[in-house]
Design a protein around this ligand. Structure first.
Ligand SMILES: C[S@@+](CC[C@H](N)C(=O)[O-])C[C@H]1O[C@@H](n2cnc3c(N)ncnc32)[C@H](O)[C@@H]1O
Ligand code: SF4
Length: 416
């Protein structure tokens, strides 16, 4: 299996990676480049394809959840830091964070009590959320970047995905009339019957209506999702990925990671690639000095845990120096550039000493090329990463999230 081979070769680890139950656990956040993530796990309707942890919106439940979230921010921040701590960015995801309404401002105000926010503040929005009231809430809470989950502008493809609302262009136009620093549009590729022409036309529709960045995710059939229609196969997805590169070029957009494209000189919006992060909310993850941890995947258990004065961590995974480096290597490869200088700034170690043999092998295989101190993914390398990341998603994310949703306090989860 590929993940086992990479664990042995790159991770130098014989045993599987293990998530151990660790109630009330907090990593050491005395680390550089810390970003914050807040998870709001409520949706008006639950899309059958979506793997994220979320529950049906209910006004009394979300109120109790937000109270617990504010308490968690206080609990974790007061235990972790003595003064105000600088963070590089804030990102709200879900679920549909806009369902928190005017409480968004209460949450960001609480964050600002403990953190100086040096960078951008981003939030995920569903097209259905977009109204002047939501935009007011988003602005009052000081978000300056938004990501709109369009998936496709084709009503037929949305129906195949299992989405019922089809109003996608008007919400994007409404957002682009506002002064956000970045407007990301999420598209999914590999939807049954989707052709290169439809995908290219979706990309251009996003650009023409104000998107500054387009994230294009390959459709993945999670084992616990309820997809009536299965994704296209690998070959068909490759045709679509090639079409994306072609249309991005035509639109003057640059590839900014394996699955994202952005207008030239526009600020980058990213939900995932941070050196370190502190996560709040049910199912949120955190990465500190030597540990990766997940909060409990259950709104009810999350509220109970915080109300009893405990940090709502359910599981932690030990990240030794090698695993830490490997995690960094994975996400920097996703971004396309692996900088030896950034690695030594962050870890005080040499990238070539730690991963030199693997990087040279990557260059021999035509997956990487060097540009001074930077290792860059070639077109072949980007395609290989596209394949590897989907395999990891199935082997690691699907497995962990599926188990954690089913049995939130399970003793351990093994990843091979
Ligand atoms: C947390 S989700 C959605 C945020 C927002 N609630 C919405 O619906 O627009 C973030 C993105 O993940 C992507 N996504 C969700 N399920 C997926 C799947 N099964 N395969 C590939 N991408 C998926 C979608 O593009 C989605 O916009
Ligand atoms: S895609 Fe968005 S709206 Fe649909 S279930 Fe997932 S988080 Fe909720």
């Amino acid at each position: 299996m590929l993940t086992t081979a990479l664990r042995l070769v790159l991770g130098h680890q014989l045993k599987p990676f293990v998530f151990e139950k660790s109630i009330d656990f907090l990593p050491n956040f005395d680390v550089p480049n810390l970003g914050a993530y807040v998870h709001i796990p409520f949706c008006e309707t639950l899309c059958p394809f979506c793997p994220y942890y979320k529950v049906q919106y209910e006004s009394s439940l979300i109120s109790r959840y937000i109270d617990a979230l504010l308490d968690e921010i206080t609990l974790v921040s007061e235990r972790s830091f003595s003064g105000k701590r600088e963070i590089t960015s804030v990102y709200f995801g879900g679920g549909s964070p806009a369902l928190a309404g005017d409480h968004l401002e209460r949450i960001t105000t609480r964050l600002k009590k403990y953190y100086c926010i040096a960078g951008n503040m981003g939030i995920e929005l569903h097209p259905r959320d977009i109204s002047m009231e939501t935009i007011g809430n988003v602005k009052n809470a000081d978000f300056d970047m938004v990501s709109l989950g369009v998936q496709s502008f084709s009503p037929e493809l949305l129906r195949i995905l299992g989405r019922t609302d089809e109003d996608t262009v008007a919400p994007l136009k409404t957002l682009s009339a506002e002064s956000f620093e970045a407007i990301d549009v999420d598209l999914i590729f590999g939807i049954p019957t989707q052709t290169a022409e439809i995908l290219k036309s979706d990309f251009l529709t996003a650009v023409e209506n104000g998107a500054t960045q387009i994230s294009t995710y390959p459709f993945i059939d999670f084992s616990y999702a309820d997809n009536k229609n299965k994704p296209l196969n690998g070959k068909e997805k490759k045709v679509l990925l090639d079409a994306l590169l072609e249309v991005a070029d035509k639109a003057g957009f640059e590839r900014t990671s394996v699955w994202t494209f952005a207008g030239k000189d526009t600020p980058r919006y990213s939900s995932i690639t941070r050196d370190n992060f502190i996560g709040f909310g049910s199912s949120a993850t955190s990465l500190g000095l030597g540990d990766f941890k997940t909060n409990v995947f259950s709104v009810g258990e999350y509220i109970k845990s915080v109300k009893s004065g405990k940090v709502p961590t359910a599981h932690r995974m030990d990240f030794n120096t090698r695993t830490r480096g490997l995690y960094w290597l994975f996400w920097n490869s996703y971004n396309g550039d692996i900088s030896a200088e950034a690695y030594s700034d962050l870890f005080g170690r040499s990238l070539t000493k730690d991963f030199g043999t693997s990087l040279l092998l990557g260059r021999t295989l035509g997956l990487l090329k060097t540009d001074g101190n930077i290792w860059r993914l070639t077109a072949k390398g980007i395609y290989a990463f596209h394949i590897v990341e989907q395999i990891y998603t199935h082997q690691y994310i699907d497995k962990t999230w599926g188990i954690a949703m089913n049995d939130p306090w399970i003793d351990r989860i093994l990843l091979y």
